[in-house]
Design a protein around this ligand. Structure first.
Ligand code: HEM
Length: 521
């Protein structure tokens, strides 16, 4: 009995040992698998750009704040010029130096020149029929080529000069009137009226202050579109459930109303053109696009339709109005903060122009210091500080870090303009830094990118630059500028207001003094 027991004991001991061996082998195998997986994962993570710590679900969204370009600049000082963030569900890479911008916008432009699908732009652009938000495809390529050749060409910029003359003359007259009363002028508002006036006449053949265009309604329309293009939309970061938040916050409703109102505005403009009830140049933008529609012009995959025209006009409104007005306001702000630069630029203009009632486009070519003032303004205050977001379509590397397809890519040109590696005393407004420098804004110098670069570069650089140079030159020629009673230079702030285009938060109020009165007295 005892023998039997012992035999049974030893067999179960052997069985136990076998079980242990199996168990140990299994644990060993799992350990090896885990180690291999971990190693692979660590290698992959190592090849991903450095990243600040994020939270589940929201990722790094809480670190973005009201002025994302500023928050991202601060983060980039800790995590470097190629930084990875998870914004909600969206893998995002932020580029913050001229050297890495060159890699993204030049070397690897082809891999990252598409646009992400964003809800606001999708509605405004009739499902991406525009230039700015359309993904990269044959339609976008042909549309951009057509717009560069027809809408934004040097010839067209010159053909709308009579419109600029009329609108700038109106501005001068209204500022003169304030000067005669020694009253303050809201320059932020004046510059906006100027660019709205020029854009309305050049694009739609109507005056902003005419009865045809109810300017209160138009003003509201434009402000609303800017607002919702620039405001936070949960759907853009949580593609599957974000719409619920947008619905709860009322953003979705406001967005739909704004799209409806803009659509009605375009239809009204088409009707006016049908009735021949328009003013301005021989052929405005609507005329040109309607003519192309009649000629059954094919772009990419199909014929140009009314929705294509509306989407293109949306880009003209969004691109043409804010950017130039913002630049002129920032330039005047910086000149008021730097009286030496103000004196120098006014002397240049007045010495070159002599005694004239209006400055011409040809005169502008000689104003080299003015051009430096504008470049310096764009270095410190690019109107689109993060450009327009891009989407990566195929894998590439920057500084040895792998950037995966479907990543959203931001280029922080605001940070690049303040990089002490590139710019000496970056916080100082110093137009002279461009003397003897070849740095230009046409996308070839990656330290200064107010118009972006690569395939997605702004197609209207000449149009935008001409508006800014012409508007500023006239305001600086005709008037001296003083601060309102009781204010000193140190009181002028450079606070920014959030949005798609970053403008000066507090409006710029100045008192004009008529210059030519000095001459005649
Ligand atoms: C001071 C004036 C202007 C500035 C600073 C400016 C700046 C920019 C920037 C930064 C971009 C994005 C580039 C990128 O993503 O790399 C852009 C794109 C664009 N801009 Fe401008 N812009 C100005 C004037 C204009 C004007 C006057 C128009 C039209 C009337 C215009 C139409 C466009 C369009 C259609 C795009 C989209 C290009 C694309 O995605 O392929 N811009 N602009």
């Amino acid at each position: 009995m005892s023998l039997k027991l012992r035999v049974e004991d030893s067999s179960s001991a052997i069985k136990l040992d076998m079980d242990n061996i199996w168990l140990l082998s299994l644990v060993f195998l799992v350990c090896i698998l885990l180690a291999t997986f971990n190693h692979k994962n660590r290698r992959q993570r190592q090849r991903r750009p450095p990243s600040p710590h994020g939270y589940p679900i929201i990722g790094n969204l809480h670190q973005i704040g009201d002025l994302p370009h500023q928050s991202l600049w601060r983060l980039s000082q800790k995590y470097g010029p190629v930084m990875f963030l998870k914004l909600g569900r969206i893998p995002t890479v932020v580029i913050s130096s001229s050297e890495t911008a060159k890699q993204a916008l030049k070397t690897h432009d082809l891999h990252c020149c598409s646009r992400p699908s964003l809800v606001g732009p999708r509605k405004l652009s009739y499902d991406y029929l525009d230039i700015a938000f359309s993904p990269v495809d044959d339609y976008w390529k042909e549309l951009k080529r057509m717009c560069v050749q027809e809408l934004f060409s040097v010839k067209r910029v010159h053909s709308i000069q009579p419109i600029r003359d009329v609108e700038v003359k109106k501005l001068i007259d209204s500022v003169k009137e304030s000067a005669s009363r020694r009253a303050e002028v809201n320059l932020s508002e004046k510059f906006l009226s100027l660019t709205v006036g020029v854009t309305c006449k050049a694009a739609f053949g109507v005056s902003f202050d005419s009865t045809v265009l109810n300017n209160d309604r138009f003003d509201k329309l434009i402000r609303e579109s800017f607002l919702f293009l620039g405001s936070f939309s949960a759907s853009d970061f949580f593609p599957h459930g974000g719409w619920i938040i947008d619905w709860l916050t009322g953003l979705q409703r406001r967005r739909e109303r704004s799209v409806r109102d803009l659509d009605a505005f375009y239809e009204q403009m088409f009707d006016l053109h049908k009735q021949g009830n328009r003013e301005g140049v021989d052929e405005d933008f609507v005329d040109l696009l309607l003519r192309m529609e009649n000629e059954e012009t094919v772009l990419g995959y199909g014929k140009l339709t009314r929705n294509h025209i509306k989407a293109i006009l949306m880009n003209v409104l969004i691109g043409g109005i804010g950017t130039s007005a913002i630049t002129m306001t920032w330039a005047m702000t910086e000149l008021m903060r730097n009286p030496r630069a103000m004196k120098k630029v006014q002397s240049e203009i007045r010495n070159q122009i002599g005694n004239k009632s209006m400055i011409s486009l040809d005169d502008i070519d000689q104003l080299l210091y003015l051009k430096m003032v504008i470049k310096e303004t764009w270095r410190l205050h690019p109107p689109a500080p993060l450009l327009v977001p891009r989407e990566v379509t195929s894998e590439f590397e920057i500084n040895g870090y792998k950037i995966q397809p479907k990543t959203r890519l931001y280029v922080n040109v605001w940070a690049i303009g303040r990089d002490p590696v590139t710019w000496k005393d970056p916080e100082m407004f110093l137009p002279e830094r461009f003397i003897d420098s070849n740095i230009d804004v046409i996308g070839q110098n990656f330290e200064l990118l107010p118009f972006g670069g690569g395939r997605r570069i702004c197609p209207a650089i000449y149009m935008g630059t001409t508006m800014v140079e012409f508007g500023l030159a006239n305001m600086l020629y005709h008037f001296d500028w003083k601060l309102p009673e009781g204010m000193v230079v140190e009181d002028i702030d450079t606070e920014e207001s959030p949005g798609l285009n970053v403008s000066k938060k507090n409006e710029l109020l100045l008192v004009p003094v008529k210059y030519l009165d000095h001459c005649s007295s």
